[in-house]
Design a protein around this ligand. Structure first.
Ligand code: PEP
Ligand code: MN
Length: 352
């Protein structure tokens, strides 16, 4: 084979650039409507010194609605991708619509600690415009010595706070065996970041029929998140809310790196509602309000945010929890951005 050649690949008509037997580049190839990927093109020396190549067909994936191009990487989650029939799923939970146009704030403490702490927080966040109360009764803690949550007692307190305020309740379920119990008390089951790939848990949570708030794993790609959502949907539960909560990167100034682009991608490719959790992304309360603003601008359908009556004395995640005053200020700041979002539509028209 000569040093650098251009040759064509038979009936497929690819043009190859080859040097010393290695493929440098190939132009786009369409074959039977299938876009061939470059690494499927094997250059070889045809014997007459001219560079040529073989194109092996790329197997078609099952997602019928998936077109060519970058979106192909989400083809393993066909049922959660936008298609002609499903452009936007609206999840209904405890009288609240998520994905329906209204920007929905879910707020409350990281952990349910005491009746007083939860009731006071529930009343304050409801007054400030939240529609859903968050609070962990079962806590996934990195340290086995840290507070693990009140368990059933916490679930009962959440139900009491719902009765007192009218807020819907979202709380985490950590074990498959607990799913029916948590579903008795909660309107939305949260699957935490550390559990995103716990498929037995996803299945058990799906079977309760309750809406599922699925947090992105801290080292999960957007495609991984969509595959876990597909898992829930494939077990008969289409009521899934996706949550971007920050991912691990080399950056240490923030607890995680808030992937705003991930929100935009999810909104573009999936019909499921997407909410943002700036608290776990930031790790510091001072950063939360502006990250929340960026989530509104990126097209998120809502917010999950930690609020505590006395963050410095919180039993978990105090550093990233807003005080009541900070929560009120954030909600006031978000109001005009949310109004603009409603005026212009939740997201820009995107061509998928
Ligand atoms: C939480 O919401 O308190 C929580 C533990 O979140 P994550 O799973 O995103 O870390
Ligand atoms: Mn937390």
């Amino acid at each position: 084979m000569r040093a650098r050649e251009k040759g064509s690949v038979g009936e497929c008509g690819a043009t190859l650039s080859v040097r010393d037997g290695s493929l440098l580049e190939a132009d786009a190839v369409e074959h039977d409507g299938v876009h061939q990927r470059h690494n499927e093109i094997q250059p070889f020396d045809g014997g007459d010194g001219a560079a040529t190549g073989l194109v092996s067909p790329v197997p078609q994936r099952s997602g019928a609605q998936v077109g060519g191009g970058w979106i192909e990487q989400f083809a393993d989650a066909p049922d959660v991708l936008k298609n002609a029939l499903d452009q936007q799923t609206v999840v209904r939970a405890g009288g609240v619509e998520i994905g329906g146009g209204e920007f929905v704030t879910m707020a409350g403490p990281c952990s349910v600690e005491t009746e007083r702490q939860l009731m006071e927080t529930a009343e304050r966040v409801a007054r400030g415009g939240a529609r859903v109360l968050r609070g962990g009764a079962f806590k996934p803690r990195s340290s086995p010595y840290a507070f693990q949550g009140l368990g059933l007692e916490g679930l009962k307190l959440l139900a009491a706070a719902r009765a007192a305020t009218g807020l819907a309740v979202v709380t985490e379920v950590m074990a498959a065996a607990d799913a029916p119990l948590v579903a008795e008390y909660a309107d939305i089951l949260q699957i935490g970041s550390r559990s995103m790939e716990n498929y037995a848990l996803l299945e058990a949570a799906a079977h309760t029929g309750r809406p599922i708030l699925l947090k992105r794993g801290m080292v999960a790609t957007v495609a991984d998140l969509l595959q876990s959502a597909q898992c829930v949907v494939s077990h008969g539960n289409p009521h899934v809310i996706l949550c971007e909560r920050g991912i691990r990167t080399f950056e240490t100034a923030t607890r995680n790196t808030f992937d705003v682009a991930g929100i935009v991608v999810l909104k573009e490719v999936s019909h499921l509602p997407v909410i943002a959790d700036p608290s776990h992304a930031a790790g510091r309360r001072s950063l939360v309000p502006l990250l929340a603003r960026s989530a509104v601008a990126a097209g998120a359908d809502g917010l999950l945010v930690e609020v505590h009556p006395d963050p410095d004395r919180a039993w978990s995640d105090g550093e990233q929890s807003l005080t009541f005053a900070q929560y009120d200020a954030m909600m006031a700041d978000l109001a005009p951005w949310c109004a603009l979002r409603e005026e212009r539509g939740c997201a820009l028209e995107t061509a998928v």
